[in-house]
Design a protein around this ligand. Structure first.
Ligand SMILES: C[S@@+](CC[C@H](N)C(=O)[O-])C[C@H]1O[C@@H](n2cnc3c(N)ncnc32)[C@H](O)[C@@H]1O
Length: 295
């Protein structure tokens, strides 16, 4: 993955959208730390009311399907995590964590589980610097692991850490699958299904292929692809829903759920814009479970 030393990355953008959404009237996902983790250009914009207003409009109007996916995927994953923890899972792995603030936001969870962030070294370095600047301390139960997933399977990266391979885990891959070449996603999924305990769950958010998007979605999807390409972070893969299910099953998972992100918007009754979510859904999210005797 190329992440040149520019000031804004897509991880920063996702954090900035979580920050503006946190001030929405009825936020779907509240992230009070996104403001300090999103990088200085956004931090400055968010401190200036007219610019914050403009960013808010961009996030909740023109780019509503993208903002929707960013906050809904976060809520979906943490709701699924809570269920997994209630069923006895004690490990959480955030793959491609970006500026995710779980380490600071969920101290009550970190009393019950160990958490692990596996991310590209460039992004992880940036996050550590920002956290230190904001005087945020990474808790002891939260472990940071740097790895390029196109070179190192996630389970290999976890192997040198206190992660227990023999115990069930919950893993999330949010806003990452589309940046990985298909082979890297397949390798990531296979390594999890092969090396981790049966019953381990993985939530994946991914970009829908063009044929799966509605008319309005196709144009927005094309603009987004152009934008991220221009930032040096091209999206490399997209999938139809059935195709993702088949990919995960052939990697060794059972499908628990796999749906358009817009369906979550309808389910949680949180419309961001007047456009029907079904027509603008360009992302999907699925939850998959490693099969096996005690799954
Ligand atoms: C758009 S950000 C999403 C961050 C976060 N999951 C969220 O929802 O805000 C994409 C993340 O994928 C990570 N990523 C992309 N390609 C990667 C690779 N080859 N190896 C490791 N991480 C990668 C980036 O470092 C970044 O943290």
């Amino acid at each position: 993955m190329s992440l040149p030393g520019r000031n804004i990355s897509t991880a920063d953008l996702a954090a900035a959208f979580r920050a503006v959404h946190t001030s929405a009237e009825k936020p779907v996902f509240v992230d009070p730390f996104a403001r300090v983790l999103c990088g200085w250009p956004f931090r400055l914009a968010l401190a200036c009311p007219p610019l914050e207003h403009a960013l808010n409009r961009l996030a909740h109007e023109a780019l509503a399907p993208i903002t929707m996916s960013i906050v809904l995927r976060a809520r979906y994953a943490e709701t699924a995590l809570e269920r997994a923890v209630a069923s006895g899972v004690g490990q959480y792995v955030i793959i491609g964590a970006g500026m995710d603030s779980f380490a600071f936001r969920r101290p009550e969870m970190l009393q019950r589980i160990e958490a692990f962030e596996v991310d590209h070294p460039v992004t992880q370095r940036k996050k550590l610097l920002r956290s230190r600047k904001a005087r945020l301390t990474i808790p002891q139960q939260h472990h940071l692991i740097a790895a390029d997933l196109t070179r190192t399977p996630v389970t290999e990266a976890l192997a040198g850490s206190p992660f227990a391979m023999s115990r069930r885990a919950f893993l999330s891959l949010l806003g990452v699958a589309h940046y990985l070449p298909r082979e890297a996603l397949v390798a990531t999924a296979r390594s999890i299904a092969r090396d981790l305990a049966p019953g381990t769950r993985l939530v994946v958010e991914y970009l829908l292929d063009e044929a799966s998007c509605g008319q309005g979605g196709i144009a927005l999807r094309a603009k987004m692809l152009e934008f991220v390409q221009s930032r040096g972070e091209p999206m490399r893969a997209s999938y139809a829903i059935d195709e993702m299910s088949a990919l995960m099953v052939s990697a060794g998972f059972e499908v628990m759920e796999n749906l358009r992100t817009g369906q979550l918007e309808s389910a949680w009754r949180v419309p961001f814009s007047s456009t029907p979510p079904e027509t603008l859904s360009i992302f999907a999210v699925g939850q998959f479970r490693v099969g096996g005797p005690s799954a």
